[in-house]
Design a protein around this ligand. Structure first.
Ligand SMILES: Nc1nc2c(ncn2[C@@H]2O[C@H](COP(=O)(O)OP(=O)(O)OP(=O)(O)O)[C@@H](O)[C@H]2O)c(=O)[nH]1
Ligand SMILES: C[C@H](OP(=O)(O)O)C(=O)O
Length: 228
């Protein structure tokens, strides 16, 4: 299955400005991207990066790993993803298309395998009974991942996009499966999300955080992070 991975190459992770410098945010975003691409690849997905600017996936902070094709489209996220959906027509002439955000730093191959299950995509899996659209809700009402098998479904990101996507699916007559996954529901946007990565992450991004001096702060209330 083709897996579109939107990536803000030129202006990443502004909400982490209170924890990381601009250059650190760029490196951290690329490191999370590398973890996500590796997990997709190991789940049998075929990643394709949709980036805001040119960059070379093979020339980054993480050696090795997949070096997927990169399409550059500097339009806003929603417009860029909808242009691909309109061209591919997944579930029409085209195979199902997954859309997975590049900041799902806890994602594992098993989590992606559960998401892809049932949506045939040239892998011969039986689609009988499969949903037209699978949605992975993110923290704060977002949409962390989708699998689309309906030619008229379109995205509308930001805000309570999970609810927007359920409405859009209803409007086009698409059946929906909501995928409840702790690992795929955790997108790393803000300082508080870094604790999740230190607790549950075992990839390059978690290692990068530790090497940058971050550790858990469990002194009172919800666990956070401190930086030495
Ligand atoms: N192609 C593309 N990807 C985007 C765009 N904005 C965000 N993304 C990617 O979409 C996913 C979700 O991004 P957000 O967390 O909303 O935005 P972000 O740029 O990572 O972080 P913030 O600057 O804090 O909003 C991440 O994989 C981003 O790299 C965009 O305008 N175009
Ligand atoms: C992509 C977007 O992320 P957020 O802006 O909510 O972090 C969304 O989930 O709709």
């Amino acid at each position: 299955m083709e897996v579109l991975v939107p990536f803000s190459a030129d202006r990443p992770k502004s909400r982490l400005a209170d924890a990381l410098s601009p250059s650190e945010r760029a490196t951290f975003a690329r490191t999370m991207l590398a973890d996500v691409l590796a997990a997709i690849d190991r789940a049998g997905g075929d990643p394709h990066v949709l980036a805001t600017d040119e960059f070379d996936p093979s020339d980054g902070p993480v050696a090795g790993g997949p070096s997927p094709p990169v399409t550059v489209d500097d339009r806003p996220l929603t417009d860029a993803v909808n242009a691909v959906l309109a061209e591919r027509r997944p579930g029409g002439e085209g195979d199902p298309l997954a859309v997975v955000m590049a900041d799902l730093a806890l994602a594992t191959p098993a989590a992606f395998d559960r998401l892809f299950a049932g949506h045939a995509g040239g892998d011969g899996r039986d689609r009988s009974g499969a949903p037209d659209v699978s949605i992975v809700p993110g923290r704060g009402g977002g949409t962390n991942a989708l699998v689309v098998s309906h030619p008229r479904f379109r995205v509308d990101y930001h805000g309570a996009s999970y609810l927007d996507h359920r409405r859009i699916a209803d409007e086009v007559g698409a059946t929906v499966r909501t995928v409840d996954s702790h690992r795929l529901a955790t997108d790393v946007d803000e300082r508080s999300d870094l604790a999740e990565l230190l607790i549950h992450g075992d990839g390059a991004a978690a290692a990068w955080l530790r090497e940058a001096g971050f550790s858990l702060d469990a002194d009172g209330g919800r666990v956070g992070v401190v930086r030495e």
